[in-house]
Design a protein around this ligand. Structure first.
Ligand SMILES: O=C[C@H](O)COP(=O)(O)O
Length: 249
């Protein structure tokens, strides 16, 4: 057991999943389309229906939005319109391994989005635990770039979602090193990657700020199924059990 409160992020794909995620006990809503990849962006219609939802009734948790991969954003000629309810933005860095200019591309893309939307966002850098398969730069480089470019946080996630979890791709010591370094520089650190309740005991040896789930929050633990309140609640309960100090007796 670890006496550290960890926040729960739940990835949702549409407004029907807002209430099951909130009522199950999530602290951060994360908008993404699982069929579009690890950080798949939802389409504009969904984005605006979520924004309307936030407008119609107050939602007291922050909203994060996945923008897909940097390579995809670079190919797009239209910059996404981001609703003002969004606090955190993140973009994957797959296919950056061979690029000499990924860092400036990343900064330019972030700047273009902020200028177009006339807003500043809190950026979350994404390090893929399976970075070799994702042909991404390694996690420690992503963290160094996140510190240098004043990101709000670092997410360690898996790029491939076919059975490999975070702990299949990285050992606890490697994760711990990234967590320590990120926290030393006041970056929030989030862990994700097919994390299930069964992983929480091992993960409780380290103290991330956030744990993110999609698969474990869905019916039948399938990330393309719908988010279910009971699944979120069950995960939340185990998260609180593993990360909350309780006096004995
Ligand atoms: O940011 C969190 C991810 O959506 C996690 O998804 P996953 O649990 O299906 O790997």
């Amino acid at each position: 057991m670890n006496p550290h409160r960890v926040q729960l992020l739940v990835s949702i794909r549409n407004r029907d999943e807002v209430l099951p995620a909130l009522n199950g006990g999530c602290d951060i809503l994360d908008l993404k389309e699982p069929l579009n990849g690890a950080l798949g962006m939802v389409d504009e219609e969904i984005l605006h229906s979520i924004s309307d939802y936030f407008f119609e009734q107050p939602v007291n948790v922050p909203l994060s939005l996945a923008l897909g991969e940097l390579v995809e954003q670079k190919e797009k000629h239209i910059t996404p319109t981001i609703p003002s309810e969004v606090t955190y933005l993140k973009m994957g860095l797959s296919e950056t391994k061979q690029s000499d200019h990924w860092y400036s591309d990343w900064l330019n893309c972030r700047q273009r989005i902020e200028v177009t939307n006339q807003a500043t966002f809190q950026w979350i850098a994404v390090a893929y635990a399976d970075w070799k398969q994702a042909r991404s730069i390694p996690p420690e480089y992503v963290l160094a770039a996140a510190i240098k470019s004043r990101c709000a946080g670092l997410l360690i996630d898996t790029y491939h979602k076919q059975g490999q979890s975070l702990l299949n791709c990285m050992c606890l010591e490697e994760i711990q090193r990234l967590v320590d370094r990120a926290q030393k520089y006041n970056l929030k650190i989030a862990l994700a990657g097919s994390i299930t309740s069964d992983h929480l005991e091992s993960l409780s040896d380290i103290s991330p700020d956030i744990i993110g789930i999609r698969g474990a929050a869905c019916v039948g633990s399938q990330r393309t199924n719908q988010v279910q309140k009971l699944a979120v609640k069950t995960f939340r309960k185990e998260l609180d059990r593993q990360y909350t100090f309780m006096e004995s007796g």
